[in-house]
Design a protein around this ligand. Structure first.
Ligand SMILES: [Zn+2]
Length: 244
């Protein structure tokens, strides 16, 4: 009998495997077997969170440019406010400028320079959805690496409620670019601080040239929203009712 990693229900159906990273990001390896995540969580909240992540503007852009096929076998089109990107063949990228503005496209010695903005605002609502989709991957990786005893322990009960949308939360993401190599995956390390003598996991998610770092358990940053630290933007969000 299974116990669901997210809702802890034991009576629901457990008829499917769970892809830790969405299949549309190209994941065919990191999979939790049947019996870990119930069908209800898998088909409802988790599939919604997966779609939020794969359509997050910086990630969608990378999927189009690198020709990563979605679950249905298509390369997505990335439509932004000023420019659309299409990659039908997987080899040629079609760039469509939506307005006559010299600043949007310029040829340079090395190639070209494009100026465009994402469709969605990086407001608290969207940042929380992206964070939940990353926390979901993080908790599943902990299950994969350490098994049910740690992943189902009360330590992660709060994050389970946050992932399922039962609890509001504040937190932060560090958004930057992964300049080292084209790699995909998430790594993490457990850190213990003198300040609260508690162990917590700090995560680093890489997808092609996008890098997002986050702190799933403490979720607080002393730095101001919008400030930068070593080429990373601090994107902070708060609980609706908290004073910050
Ligand atoms: Zn469940």
């Amino acid at each position: 009998m299974g116990i669901c990693l997210f809702c802890k229900n034991t009576k629901n159906l457990f008829s499917s495997v769970e892809h830790i990273f969405p299949e549309s990001l190209g994941n065919k390896e990191k999979i939790l077997p049947k019996g870990v995540v119930c069908d209800k969580c898998n088909n409802e909240t988790l599939s919604l969170l997966d779609s939020i992540l794969v359509n997050f503007d910086p990630i969608l852009f990378q999927r189009t440019i690198y020709g990563i096929k979605s679950k249905s076998g298509k390369i997505p089109t990335a439509n932004f406010s000023t420019i659309d990107f299409k990659n039908s063949s997987g080899a040629d990228i079609e760039v469509k400028l939506k307005r006559k503005n010299k600043g949007d496209f310029a040829q340079t010695i090395n190639g070209c320079k494009l100026n465009f903005f994402g469709k969605k605002k990086m407001d608290s609502k969207n940042l929380k959805l992206i964070s939940r989709s990353l926390y979901k991957i993080a908790l599943e990786l902990i299950y994969l690496d350490y098994g049910a005893v740690l992943a189902l322990s009360p330590r992660f009960d709060e994050i389970r409620d946050i992932i399922l949308g039962k609890k509001d939360f504040g937190g932060y993401l560090l958004l930057g670019s992964n300049s080292k190599s084209i790699e995909a995956g998430m790594s993490y390390r457990f850190i213990r601080t003198c300040e609260d003598d508690k162990e917590f996991a700090f995560f680093e998610f890489n997808y092609l040239f996008v890098k997002i770092m986050f702190d799933m358990e403490r979720r607080r940053s002393i730095l101001e929203n919008g400030s930068m630290i070593a080429n990373f933007y601090i994107l902070k969000f708060s609980e609706i009712n908290s004073i910050q």
